[in-house]
Design a protein around this ligand. Sequence first.
Ligand SMILES: [Mg+2]
Length: 249
Amino acid sequence: MSSKPTLAPEAQHSFLRGVIERVASARHDPRPPVIVFDLDGTLLDNRPRTVAILREVASVWESSRPEASRILASVEVENICYGLADSLAPFGVTDEALVAEAQTHWRDRFFTDPMLRHDRPLAGAVAFAHAVYEAGATLVYLTGRDLPNMSLGSWQSLRDHGFPIGVVGTELVCKPTFEMSDELFKRGQAPLLRRIGQVIASFDNEPGNCNIFLETYPEAASVLLDTQHSTHAPPLLPGVLSIRDFSLG
Ligand SMILES: [Mg+2]
């Protein structure tokens, strides 16, 4: 899906170290350096959230559908794809009614504050966020999670995992409503980041969002996290870099 292959580990390490250096050299500029992070699939792996929800479905189904319940309870993080139906098909759970029921439960639970505690930071994410923050960057967590249902859990999750949050030079920006499309939201928000300072780099797992940032800030690094993304994603524009995680080596 990437226009370029994902950077090899050494290239990723030196690229990320270069971002830290660029922030450090811009810290006394009239317009302070800004680093933009998406949350789901970027700083945080949300697949454990889906696994936790499947375990809930498994317990609901325990007596009525013991076989399907046993299967759902056995699904691990590595088995989770972008779509729930795709995640369950390899286990033989293809019955439309069953999948639809699991899907409904998933949709009711996935986009809610209490479930966000299941997310786990990507490798190196906490350390990298601290490194750019300490180097002088303002961090903007720009997420398609919605303000009414997911902002408090997001804030708590960032705090509990040790990301810089709740201190000068950090912002959590959420989508105003659940129904709004993530891409429309980010397209509207991206130019507004100029009021904070100069964007040095942005990180997102959705090719569409990476393209928006490359178009809005061609002088900055637009970086794709090669984790999972939506199945209807557009091709990545040439110029967007791709990395696997935030490990600095
Ligand atoms: Mg994302």
